[in-house]
Design a protein around this ligand. Structure first.
Ligand code: FES
Length: 131
């Protein structure tokens, strides 16, 4: 059984869509269910996540989880964002069927993938500038 919060976020996600000026993208998929999550981040020079959006091809819990993940990391530093876990996502979403908990885990993994992408891009830029 899904909570009201999941149903509401699934029907009206606040953070759906791509993000103009995004400088990090995280993408994670689950081969078993076929769901794919993408999170776009706009991170400023002080390593603060100014904005976060998502595009998720997946189930109701996956969409609601990525929507919550964007809320949880917006305005946070990268280090703080990395501390966000699926438990934080789950605590906001409330009840979900046990076999759907992996959807919230996927959201956590997508945040980490986006941060990794940010550092890769930064490293590439630094190498380019040092030539
Ligand atoms: Fe796999 Fe939701 S069923 S992410």
């Amino acid at each position: 059984m899904y909570s009201k919060e999941i149903i509401e976020r699934f029907k009206n996600p606040k953070n759906a869509g791509s993000l103009r000026g995004a400088n990090a993208v995280g993408k994670v998929g689950n081969a078993a269910c076929g769901d794919i999550m993408k999170i776009y981040l706009k991170i400023n020079e002080d390593n603060i996540i100014e904005d976060a959006k998502f595009k998720t091809f997946g189930c109701c819990a996956a969409i609601a989880s990525t929507d919550v993940a964007c809320d949880l990391i917006r305005g946070k530093s990268i280090d703080e964002a990395l501390k966000v876990t699926n438990k934080d996502v789950f605590n906001i979403l409330g009840t979900m069927p046990a076999h759907k908990i992996h959807c919230s885990v996927l959201a956590e993994e997508t945040i980490r993938d986006a941060v990794e992408d940010f550092y890769k891009r930064k490293e590439k830029e630094n190498r380019k500038n040092s030539k």
